[in-house]
Design a protein around this ligand. Structure first.
Ligand code: ZN
Ligand code: ZN
Ligand code: FE
Length: 759
């Protein structure tokens, strides 16, 4: 990639005010020849820098290492934006960023000072699993909103002892005003429970016995920061496959916690940016390319990547130190339910899954899952935004009225705008189970209470059947439905601060279109306050509708039926039983239970089915993911033919592509070759449409852009063709980003409406 000038925005929270931080930033920026400004506000210190990417990264590195001794960085968010042409260094004065809002920090991973203390036998917090200070520890997961008062924390049940109180009141102490400050004498403690909740051990013995049980191959439920983990020895195939069976989770990869960065490096490929994310205060799960690991096959079957995190609480540090090997640390829930947070509830919900329960008596105010990050082109790409990130706001350019976005159906999050800030909730999950729906409603109540704002309107998806949509209409506010793919594009534009007009490429599995059909391979022209469907993939029928999500062979049949009619069965007929064939053909002929779709996700599934015989999957996107893994294996710039058909909207015809793929399959071309050519073709389709649209700005959003090969290549090819593509960083490209897009879309609607009424 060429080293053109970029603008880097850093939002830093922590003890950075009044400790010589701004002069330090000035010196460092000047020394590196970076043009910039810095601004203090209640929401943190904002720094913007312009320069070449390597210099910007040097700045970030040195900022951590050389910062003034009294300054400490609790959290630092980075986003890369379009340069605006700063000329020097400037200290800006607190601008009015809209209304004052309470600053609620996310939960922060244990800082190095606290880690040192818990491993120091002379320290009074030696081996104390709830050690924390102003720079680290629980925040969002323990804050309780109280009406007409400042927020309280779930630590209110614990009275600080004299020594903790002294630290808390001493402005020179690292624990000055650290709300959850505690020690072995006055703070929470551990217990090890059996399946009935009987206490087997307490305090350090509980931890050591839990470690022992894990070493012996047992499954232990551990109450952590934002909820329970289910933990097992990651090297022990028996333990891991038992966990899979009990959790009823068939193939979706398990996240791992490693004892050290060193061991992560032995097992996986780790670049500089990935390392920075792994050890950051956010400490998310990072998807890393596997190299030479010794984890059990059942951890991440058929997966090129491992989801890896490092210990982020003292409890985890002590446990991992005891074990010295990687553990599976998957969310404590049954299949798709939200993560469990209460130990008594855990006994019921995790009954039959966990053998033992390592619990503590610090209540968790709200569930916060582990975040998931993938590093793409040197930048973070959040796939799941929760611990470490939520509930930090995304700053938008223009102030918005208070609006609530309730998200879509899968990977749900909600968002609330106040002035220029949009607060995005933690990941809630798929609204498939009563528990998930309950959690969704709880988070809505919670978000309104935390920021003490009633929304002026509620934005939701256009899909009438989504439970989130139905909830929106039951809330008693006015409702603004926003089309799914438009919301994807708006969220991408918002976090990149990109103004319309923009060509949005919005590709995912499914979304309700304005014509009532299933969209998913969309090119939207977004102008102020409106969007137009500029182009889409050629539609095909999905026999059996939603069932196709878990059966790529159905997508294959639908695609081939569009192409070959009933002769499709000559190609894929063998994938079905006689009765299935009859039924599916009947559906396709009559057009019943076979919705028309332009879904890029389903096109991926169809090709995956044809290329590597993935016929049935357990999770949406799994077949597509495996196709991506194949594409990573070979290097090629070859692409298949396709056609762009004139019309309004334009139609991208994939039939020459699929025809060529069938020929390649027939003549025995390597699956990896076909996969890479298919990916390349999709990117050339994007370039072709972008040329037709003729807009410089192109925004890439939707679940398909979790695919690193597709996204990187699209960015490269679009840039080469003279476009300026932007993609997601801090907000997920999948449906986790929809709530932000809805709020922005509703905001536009309101701004426009008020303009109209004025004019
Ligand atoms: Zn600390
Ligand atoms: Zn104490
Ligand atoms: Fe989507």
């Amino acid at each position: 990639m060429s080293h053109s000038v970029q603008r880097l925005r850093l939002v830093i929270r922590g003890a950075v005010q009044g400790v010589g931080f701004r002069p330090f930033v000035y010196r460092l920026a000047t020394e590196l020849g970076l043009r910039s400004w810095v601004l203090n506000s209640v929401q943190g210190v904002f720094i913007e820098l312009e320069g070449e990417p390597p210099t910007l990264q040097r700045f970030v590195k040195r900022l951590y290492v050389e910062k003034p001794p009294r300054a400490s960085i609790q959290s630092m968010e980075q986003s890369v934006l379009e340069p605006v042409g700063y000329t020097g260094f400037e200290i800006r004065h607190s601008e009015h960023t809209g209304e004052k809002t309470t600053l609620i920090l996310p939960d922060l991973a244990t800082c190095p000072d606290c880690v040192r203390e818990i491993f120091d036998p002379t320290n009074r917090r030696y081996r104390y699993p709830f050690t924390n200070c102003t720079n680290c520890g629980p925040r969002y997961s323990i804050i309780e909103p109280l009406p007409y008062d400042h927020p309280n924390t779930t630590m209110k049940a614990f009275n600080m002892c004299a020594r903790c109180r002294e630290e808390y009141e001493n402005p020179l102490d690292r624990r000055f005003h650290a709300q959850p400050n505690a020690c072995p004498e006055c703070g929470p403690h551990l217990e090890l429970w059996n399946e009935q909740g009987g206490v087997l051990a307490q305090h350090d013995t509980a931890l050591r016995r839990a470690a022992e049980a894990i070493r012996e191959g047992h499954i232990v439920a551990i109450k952590g920061l934002g909820g329970f983990h289910l933990v097992a020895d990651a090297r022990n195939e028996q333990a891991v496959s038992t966990l899979r069976e009990r959790k009823r989770r068939e193939e979706k990869p398990f996240a791992l916690m490693y004892p050290s960065l060193h061991l992560v490096r032995v097992h996986c490929r780790v670049n500089e940016a990935e390392e920075r994310v792994l050890v950051s205060p956010e400490s998310p799960i990072v998807l890393l390319r596997r190299e030479q690991d010794d984890v059990a096959p059942s951890v991440a079957p058929n997966n090129l990547f491992l989801g890896v995190m490092l210990p982020y609480t003292p409890l985890h540090h002590l446990l991992m130190h005891e074990l010295g090997f990687p553990i599976v640390a998957t969310s404590g829930n049954q299949s798709d339910e939200p993560i469990c947070t209460d130990e008594h509830e855990a006994l019921q919900r995790l009954a039959g899954i966990a053998d033992l329960f390592l619990v503590h008596n610090r209540p968790i105010a709200r569930h916060v899952d582990d975040s998931v990050v993938r590093v793409l082109m040197g930048r973070e790409l959040l796939l799941r935004r929760a611990r470490g990130y939520a509930p930090l706001p995304v700053l938008v350019k223009e102030p918005l009225p208070p609006l609530l976005g309730v998200g879509a159906h899968l990977k749900n999050t909600v968002a609330l705008s106040i002035g220029r800030q949009v607060f995005i909730s933690q990941h809630i999950g798929d609204l498939e189970t009563p528990q998930a729906l309950q959690a969704f409603r709880r988070v809505i109540t919670d978000v309104k209470a935390l920021w003490e704002h009633q929304p002026q309107a509620v934005a939701c998806d256009l899909h009438p059947d989504y439970l989130s949509t139905q909830t929106a209409y039951q809330m008693g506010y006015s409702v603004v439905p926003i089309q799914h793919h438009a919301a994807h594009v708006l969220s991408c534009m918002a976090e990149n601060e990109v103004e319309p007009p923009v060509l949005g490429i919005s590709w995912d599995g499914t979304g309700y279109g304005t014509d009532g059909t299933v969209w998913g391979g969309e090119f939207l022209l977004v102008t102020t306050a409106s969007f137009e469907r500029f182009a889409h993939l050629r539609p095909f029928r999905l026999p059996g509708g939603d069932r196709a999500v878990k059966e790529p062979r159905r997508s294959a049949l639908g695609v081939l039926y569009e192409l070959l009619g009933e002769r499709a069965l000559e190609v894929v007929g063998h994938l079905f039983t006689d009765s299935e064939r009859r039924l599916l053909l009947h559906m396709l002929r009559q057009g019943i239970h076979s919705p028309v779709t332009t879904s890029a996700g389903r096109l991926f599934d169809a090709v995956a089915s044809l290329v590597h015989g993935r016929q049935v999957v357990n999770d949406e996107g799994q077949a597509a993911m495996e196709l991506e893994f194949l594409a990573h294996r070979v290097r090629s710039d070859e692409a298949y033919p396709f056609a762009l058909l004139d019309g309004c909207p334009y139609v991208l015809d994939w039939s020459p592509t699929v025809q060529a793929i069938l020929e390649d399959v027939r003549s025995g071309v390597e699956p990896a070759q076909i996969a890479v050519r298919f990916h390349n073709t999709l990117v050339e389709m994007m370039v072709a449409v972008a040329r037709r649209a003729g807009l410089e700005r192109v925004a890439l959003s939707g679940g398909c852009f979790q695919n690193a090969y597709l996204t990187e290549r699209a960015v490269r090819r679009l840039s080469e063709a003279g476009f300026r593509p932007c993609w997601h960083q801090r907000v997920p490209p999948n449906d986790g980003g929809i709530a932000l897009g809805q709020v922005v879309g509703a905001g536009w609607f309101y701004t426009n409406a008020s303009h109209e009424s004025r004019g």
